[in-house]
Design a protein around this ligand. Sequence first.
Ligand code: 5GP
Length: 185
Amino acid sequence: MKDSVKDDILEILIPETDIRTKVGELASRINADYRDKNPVFISVLKGSVIFLSDLMKNVDIRSSLDFIAVSSYEGDTESTGVVKLEMDLRESIEGRHVILVEDIVDTGLTMDYLKHNFMTRRPASFNICALLTKPERTRIKVDIAYKGFEIPDKFVVGYGLDYAECYRNLPFVATLRPEIYRKVK
Ligand code: 5GP
């Protein structure tokens, strides 16, 4: 039976090898910047988990991990513009050096929301590490200390990013054939 998600791909925007190199570079910078700081990586569920796990495997300093879940997309390709906290952190971040790990910063609404939310909890420091950004879509400018790739204004899947909960397992970042959207909706 043929059931490969790769058949639905239109174009690979970022190949696996480029991602691997970039993740290694970001991790090296984090290793240098956070030595002796015991940072906490906070992964924004679910899209950032593949990026997070590759990043953490390349980080060799003492650090910990927590998760948070927010929503703004509700299964479609356009943000609703309203960010909702779905699941909060398990641990306090007061006095901790926080590295927020995100798959993609699109309008910036989610990162802006989380930054303000986290700052009320009085961390020692706060930085964002995002694999992808879409500069053309920016509505709120947020500072991204560790940035992977800038991509054009296209809806992408793979390497953790989904469309209707599918395609997260692709090892690269890609666009989907247009008929796929019609099929799933
Ligand atoms: P923002 O709040 O910056 O507009 O959107 C952030 C969230 O929107 C991301 O965490 C991600 O879940 C979703 N998102 C934005 N652009 C894309 C995209 O091209 N593909 C996928 N799968 N999700 C996206």
